[in-house]
Ligand binder design. Structure first.
Ligand code: SAM
Length: 334
């Protein structure tokens, strides 16, 4: 193990300061306060420095602390709790990772999926627990932004079986709402560490990964997990580059294979992202949908001019077609 330096400590403080100021502020006052506190706390910084670098991040620390019962008070309370429970917190941070699974992202995938006439074979890379593999089982409400939620500006879609326990709300800008749900003939996912929605502790971990104040997202997770648990997805444990081609080969004949990913490629190296993009572009039998941060796939993000405001870029077969809210809350056609 490399010796810990002053630079490591300052880099870590900076991560927590930026997390507080730019990521959590406005969306999670509890996390903003906690991260600001950690940044200036020598004792907690020194504890975090005993972890490998990828395990020191704020999202992981706060999810682990809440998972183990840290509660939601101010920073002094968190600090006291962490010092007392550091052994268990450290252990959890070493064994778990940030695998937030957001079913809401189906709302921004649907416009591309709904255009495909044939039954789909859906393959998600970086699927976590696979909750985005059920776009045909959720209800959707699309609203146009310019006129407010009037009757004529709202489109609602339900599965064939009727309204779903998961209703995804998405604001549409410069785009038409989809007019149908796709028929999914087959679905499967790949993840380095697939999570099992039928396992109570893994479901609790998914819950802990959702930021403190985001109650609507927690309700959505719970409802989507019920749907997935009733018919658990096939999830292959493995690296996306190695596992993708064998899985594509398994898709039933007569279906349109769709490979998609959201909030995944930032976790792999730029070289591997490039190799994955080349592979997808070379597969003319596959429709490739990417939904990632603007800098993650420069070939797609680079097609967008103007500011992203924290939104993802949705690409279809390498062409940027929309800017999307990171939890699927908005879709702006390009
Ligand atoms: C932030 S989660 C997103 C989950 C899901 N795509 C969603 O939108 O809700 C990222 C997932 O990618 C997985 N992942 C990261 N690198 C991977 C790789 N090289 N191969 C397969 N999965 C990977 C992680 O384990 C994690 O479950």
């Amino acid at each position: 193990m490399q010796p810990i330096t002053e630079l490591d400590a300052e880099t870590l403080r900076d991560h927590y300061r930026k997390f507080s100021r730019y990521e959590a502020v406005g969306t999670s006052p509890v996390y903003a306060t906690w991260a600001a506190g950690v940044a200036e706390d020598d004792d907690v910084i020194n504890l975090l420095l005993t972890l490998p670098k990828p395990k020191r991040q704020a999202n992981l620390l706060f999810a682990a602390a809440r998972h183990l019962g840290a509660g939601e008070g101010g920073y002094e309370r968190l600090r006291a709790w962490l010092l007392e429970h550091w052994g268990a917190t450290r252990e959890l941070m070493l064994t778990r990772s940030t695998q937030t699974n957001e079913a809401g992202r189906c709302a921004v995938l649907l416009p591309a999926l709904a255009r495909i006439e044939r039954p789909l074979s859906l393959i998600e890379v970086g699927a976590s627990a696979g909750l985005c593999l059920y776009p045909d089982r959720y209800s959707y409400t699309y609203r146009r932004d310019h006129a407010g939620p009037t009757e004529s500006e709202t489109v609602t879609l339900h599965p064939r079986t009727g309204p779903s326990g998961v209703d995804l709300d998405c604001q549409l800008i410069n785009a038409a709402a989809p007019d149908r749900l796709p028929e999914v003939a087959w679905r499967a996912g790949i993840d380095l560490n697939p999570l099992d929605v039928t396992d109570a502790d893994q479901r609790k971990w998914l819950n802990s990964l959702i930021w403190r104040e985001h109650d609507a997202r927690r309700e959505r997770l719970s409802a989507a997990a019920e749907i997935a648990a009733a018919e658990p997805p096939r999830l292959v444990a493995g690296d996306l580059l190695e596992a993708i081609e064998p899985l594509i080969a398994e898709a039933p004949a007569g279906t349109q294979v769709v490979v998609f990913h959201s909030a995944v490629l930032a976790y792999v190296s730029p070289d591997e992202r490039e190799r994955f993009a080349e592979l997808m572009t070379s597969r003319h039998d596959v429709l490739w949908i990417s939904n990632e941060g603007g800098g993650v796939l420069p070939g797609i993000g680079g097609q967008v001019t103007g500011t992203l405001d924290g939104r993802f870029v949705l690409g279809v077969n390498g062409e940027a077609i929309a800017l999307t809210g990171p939890h699927g809350q908005s879709y702006e056609g390009l």
